[in-house]
Design a protein around this ligand. Structure first.
Ligand code: IDP
Ligand code: MG
Length: 153
């Protein structure tokens, strides 16, 4: 099972799209294992976006990501990193397919509503960056037998 970190960014909070975003992953059949609302500060944000700190857009990105609280979520599922990136859509919402979160609800590249981990290693690292072990839930999801083949569970 892979884990991915999803962030409903400040534009999702301000536009009342948190429920819509959660719904997309719930209806896919993924398992929610952690969820909380937080206010990002420089330390937390720079750690999360370390690969982007030197990019020209980082100052704008940082200001935007701290402009209101965000909702961070950890989701789990078989090969879920790829599934979630498909559900989220391309970074530039104007290039994102209809049916994706960004394609359906966003326009500006710096206002693309949601963060999703881009690999198995980054998923583990990002979940650990935002959630303590005691904040991640372990439980059986009763619908798994109807969502996965036996060898995928
Ligand atoms: P991703 O969120 O699809 O993984 P990344 O390339 O990792 O995209 O970029 C992180 C975030 O930085 C994007 O989601 C977006 O909010 C912002 N960003 C990326 N490129 C640009 C840009 O060229 N202008 C403004 N913001 C950008
Ligand atoms: Mg990224």
């Amino acid at each position: 099972m892979e884990r991915t970190l999803i962030i409903a960014k400040p534009d999702a909070i301000q536009r009342g799209l948190v429920g819509e975003i959660v719904k997309r992953f719930e209806q896919k059949g993924l398992k929610l294992i952690g969820l909380k609302m937080i206010q990002l500060d420089d330390v937390k944000l720079d750690g999360h976006y370390a690969e982007h700190i030197d990019k020209p857009f980082y100052a704008d990105l940082a200001e935007y990501m701290k402009s209101s609280p965000v909702v961070v979520m950890a989701w789990e599922g078989y090969e879920c990193i790829n599934s979630v990136r498909i559900i989220v859509g391309s970074t530039n919402p104007r290039q994102a397919d209809a049916g994706t979160i960004r394609g359906d609800f966003a326009i500006g590249q710096g206002r693309n509503l949601v963060h999703a981990s881009d690999g198995k290693e980054s998923g583990e690292r990002e979940v650990a960056h935002f959630f303590g072990a005691d904040e991640l839930m372990t439980y059986d999801k009763s619908e798994y037998m109807h969502v996965y083949n036996q060898d995928e569970r």
